[in-house]
Design a protein around this ligand. Structure first.
Ligand code: NAD
Ligand code: MG
Length: 388
């Protein structure tokens, strides 16, 4: 039996992960679950999966959950970041699904890396904030990182097995990251100023959490993914090309020195990359229907428009600067997205706020975890100050 810890189990990726795990009860056992505040959702998951450990980020939520599942024998309830890290380090967890949203996922995910676990990485912000440190730690502790983000999972599937020797050495010329373009792909710049949070969260192809849905709408999601790809595949940013592909059927492509281009296709359902990473190098059923190419009929491609979607350009900018600059971008983006969802700023104010924070806070070297965490806090405080 393979023990699995699911960090962020009540979210979109967490629920899809439990769906795949439940299809293979003879192969996987859920040993730990974590969430932020959703007590009812977590109580239901505890009754169904009987984890040994469950952690809530919020202390009040942990107390409520302990009361709620008091009758369940053998499930320990912990609270706070220490609790999340304990779930990540659980001795019986062979694999850890890192599916907390935002920089809040960094410490628990690193805790799993430091135990040499197999990391199923959905929490792209961890790599954006601390890519170098994260990959160095994975290397040092022998933790294999398998990408869950559909694009990176596709790239991983199209890469040669020995890609860690370096992309030029294995004959890879470029990574082509596909992007749906989000719900506002065809909107004019003027119209973008008036879109609502509900419209932004209504993605044409994917059903996701609210933060990543807004990121998809601004295309910051693709910017974060460029940075994620830079670290996962040790790829220089000029080898990573974003291709808008509205159908979200090709999840990404790898171009080789001889001109061959390999693609991974599938229905837009995160259970495919989740099942791939859980079972790798084997293959298991994910519950995803067969791809019907006759129904899809055509595949379209466009260049991204950075005039309408400046967040993508900002991400390319910070990855060139390096150091703690991506951590500043990520923190400012988290504050900006929350402010947009709360109706405090317009959609177009998201990029403007991030730009304003980057102008005032260059970031510095960010060569230690403490330095990165303090830059993250500083960027959030500055963003809030600009908003006030
Ligand atoms: P979500 O908002 O649906 O779920 C987030 C989970 O994290 C929940 O369980 C929540 O309780 C928990 N959480 C939130 N804040 C927390 C905090 N401060 N401390 C501890 N736990 C906290 O998000 P999601 O859509 O499932 O995305 C999760 C991650 O996966 C994100 O990094 C996202 O970018 C990435 N991702 C998601 C998708 C998708 O299809 N949803 C696709 C690719 C990548
Ligand atoms: Mg993605």
């Amino acid at each position: 039996m393979i023990g699995v810890s699911v960090l962020g189990s009540t979210g979109s990726i967490g629920v899809s992960t439990l769906d795949v795990l439940a299809r293979h009860p003879d192969r996987y056992r859920v040993v730990a679950l974590t969430a932020n505040r959703d007590v009812a959702g977590m109580a239901a998951q505890c009754r169904r999966f009987r984890p040994q450990l469950v952690a809530m980020a919020d202390a009040q939520a942990a107390a409520d959950l302990a009361r709620e599942i008091g009758d369940l024998p053998g499930t320990e309830v912990l609270a706070g970041v220490d609790g999340l890290c304990a779930a990540a380090r659980h001795p019986e967890a062979d694999q850890v699904m890192a599916a907390i949203v935002g920089a809040a996922g960094l410490l628990p995910t690193l805790a799993a890396v430091e135990q040499g676990k197999r990391i199923l990485l959905a929490n792209k912000e961890a790599l954006v904030v601390a890519g170098q440190l994260f990959m160095d730690a994975a290397h040092k502790h022998g933790a294999r990182v398998l990408p869950i983000d559909s694009e990176h999972n596709a790239v991983f599937q199209c890469m040669p097995a020995d890609f860690s020797r370096g992309l030029p050495a294995v004959g890879v010329r470029r990574i082509l990251l596909t992007a749906s373009g989000g719900p506002f792909r065809t909107k004019s710049r003027a119209d973008l100023a008036h879109v609502t949070p509900e419209q932004a969260c209504n993605h044409p192809n994917w059903d996701m959490g609210r933060k990543i849905s807004v990121d998809s709408a601004t295309m910051m999601n693709k910017g974060l993914e460029v940075i994620e790809a830079r670290w996962l595949f040790d790829a220089s940013p000029d080898r990573i090309q974003v291709v808008v592909h509205p159908q979200s059927v090709i999840h990404s492509l790898v171009e080789y020195a001889d001109g061959s281009v390999l693609a991974q296709l599938g229905n837009p359902d995160m259970r495919t990359p989740i099942a791939h990473a859980l079972a790798w190098p084997e293959r298991i059923d994910s519950g995803v229907a067969s791809l019907d190419l006759f129904d899809i009929a055509r595949l379209d491609f466009e260049a991204p428009d950075v005039q309408r979607f400046p967040c993508l350009a900002l991400a390319y900018q910070v990855v060139q600067v390096g150091g703690a600059a991506p951590a500043v971008l990520n923190a400012a983006n988290e504050v900006a997205v929350a402010a947009f969802l709360d109706g405090r700023i317009a959609f177009t104010g998201i990029a403007a706020l991030i730009q304003a924070v980057l102008d005032r806070l260059p970031g510095g070297s960010g060569d230690s975890l403490d330095a990165l965490l303090s830059v993250d806090a500083e960027a959030r405080a500055l963003a809030e100050q600009i908003l006030a």
